[in-house]
Design a protein around this ligand. Structure first.
Ligand SMILES: [Zn+2]
Length: 135
């Protein structure tokens, strides 16, 4: 159940960046989850809809990128990707290993809309009707 504070911090970071960029809306979030991370993307999605409500990130799409795990053997310094059976070092069978990659969870980037034309803008004034997306 620790996804709630995690989701909250993702939102905070996204909003901070969006504000800096002068964004009107956050449309997409790109998240990186290591394979060893305990973060459950479905839970993030679940909380996201709730906590993003009323912010400029409401309705933003979440994209998850899984990165493979990598372990480092402390006995022989071998770096390797663990298989699903065991985490032990394939070279020396040591179990004195540490996670070198794959336990991370971070917000990689966000996509924003910076158009500041409100949707009530009279038609025919602007040049870009690309902004007027209906969905
Ligand atoms: Zn080893």
């Amino acid at each position: 159940m620790h996804e709630l504070p995690i989701t909250q911090s993702i939102l905070d970071i996204a909003l901070r960046h969006a504000e800096k960029a002068g964004a009107r809306r956050v449309t997409d979030l790109h998240l990186v989850i290591g394979r060893l991370s305990y973060v459950v993307d479905d839970s993030i999605r679940f909380y996201w809809d709730t906590i993003a409500k009323g912010t400029i990130a409401e309705g933003a799409r979440l994209h998850f990128q899984r990165v493979p795990a990598e372990l480092l053997c402390l006995d022989c310094n071998h770096r390797y990707a663990p298989d699903d059976e065991t985490l032990a070092c394939p070279k020396c069978q040591s179990v004195r290993v540490k996670v070198a990659a794959g336990d991370e969870f971070r917000l990689e980037s966000i996509d924003v809309e910076t158009s500041d034309s409100p949707s009530s803008l009279p038609a025919g004034e602007g040049e870009g009707d690309g902004e007027m997306k209906c969905h």
